[in-house]
Design a protein around this ligand. Structure first.
Ligand code: SF4
Length: 352
């Protein structure tokens, strides 16, 4: 076993967090956890992970899920596109592999929604194959430990990271090794304040020796934030609130959203009623702002105003606009729910 792996695994056995997905070797459970953990904090994944597997214990069960069941199962996690890709992958497992997640690395990588990282994680953790699983945590440890000055998002930098991890890999315990390296990046070699004094591989770390921990890894500068002022209307009626299903190809596709403009485009209050008429063929009389919510999607910093509004005299909810219940299972977008939290009175109805 390479000395790096020996030190790392000894540390991991003592320091590892007890996380629900680490108690399983079921490839479906590992796959689900890896998808949920993309862009979501560990703490926020624990409960949805257990709940999801109770509802969908196998790829076949999830392959048969309707859009609403999918949205319900994924609630609290956001980034619903991941769930749709996971269902595409589950359907491919059923169609191509009789419902069993394939052990073959190529077949695994050919499934929809499985990129290099997820393929390596499932292959190594579930099947014990000697595959790398390089996520952002691993990139950071490798760039610092090896003193890699090329950007980790460049081809040269990526190659250097993979070479480092290949050198270190314990081929007999690849699953534990990959998880240990990720754990080191998540809990010790953290982005802003690495705890080098308790790092098991500090003795030969280049960044530590050269005082470069704050400079590595080198990354592309972040895109400048774009401020967006979006608006939506809160119209109450017989069946709850007026809403519409977000079409495919738009952010939050398949969820229910309030009629409005956004979340990625700004609109003036004076233009909103005209825009709703154009887009939904709806005649809506706009009132004052009832609630304001902040939200971020990639580099967009969104301020969403929810206006009190009514259907103009004689107008009905038709076409794309329908009544959706406020409570229960209607898959409202996160932003809409944020507005509801502010706009609802103690009795569960909208404040006038
Ligand atoms: S010594 Fe510090 S910088 Fe180097 S790998 Fe460990 S925690 Fe990261």
């Amino acid at each position: 076993m390479p000395p790096f792996a020996a030190r790392l695994l000894r540390w991991y056995e003592a320091a590892r967090r007890d996380l629900p997905w680490r108690r399983s070797r079921d490839p479906w459970a590992i796959w689900v956890s890896e998808v949920m953990l993309q862009q979501t904090r560990v703490e926020a994944v624990k409960e949805p992970f257990a709940r999801f597997l109770r509802s969908f214990p196998t790829p076949a069960a999830f392959a048969a899920a309707s859009d609403d069941e999918l949205l319900h199962a994924w609630r609290g996690l956001g980034y619903y596109r991941r769930a749709r890709l996971l269902r595409d992958g589950a359907r491919a497992v059923v169609a191509r592999h009789g419902g069993a997640v394939p052990q073959d690395v190529e077949a695994l990588g050919d499934l929809p929604g499985i990129g290099d990282y997820t393929r390596g994680a499932v292959a190594s953790i579930a099947f014990g194959l000697a595959e790398l699983a390089v996520d952002g945590n691993v990139e950071r440890v490798a760039a610092r430990h090896r003193g890699i000055r090329d950007g980790v998002d460049t081809a040269v930098g990526k190659r250097a990271v993979r070479e480092a991890v290949t050198d270190w890999l314990d081929r007999d315990r690849a699953g534990d090794f990959n998880q240990a390296l990720m754990e080191l990046g998540a809990t010790v070699c953290t982005p802003t304040s690495p705890a080098c004094e308790r790092c098991p591989v500090a003795a030969d770390c280049q960044a530590k020796a050269l005082g470069l921990t704050a400079d590595l890894p080198v990354k592309k500068p972040k895109r400048a934030a774009v401020e967006v002022t979006a608006r939506a209307v809160l119209v109450t009626g017989p069946g709850g609130l007026l809403g519409h299903r977000v079409p495919d190809g738009e952010p939050n596709a398949g969820q229910v959203d309030l009629p409005g403009e956004g979340p990625l485009r700004s609109v003036d209050a004076a233009d909103l009623a005209g825009l709703l008429r154009q887009r939904f063929d709806a005649r809506i009389a706009l009132g004052p702002v009832l609630a304001t919510a902040k939200h971020a999607i990639t580099h967009h910093r969104i301020t969403m105003h929810g206006h009190a509004a009514t259907l103009a005299a004689g107008a009905r909810a038709t076409g794309r606009l329908q009544w959706f219940p406020l409570a229960g299972d209607a898959p409202w977008t996160t932003l809409a729910r944020k507005l509801f939290r502010q706009a609802l009175g103690a009795d569960g109805t909208l404040r006038a």
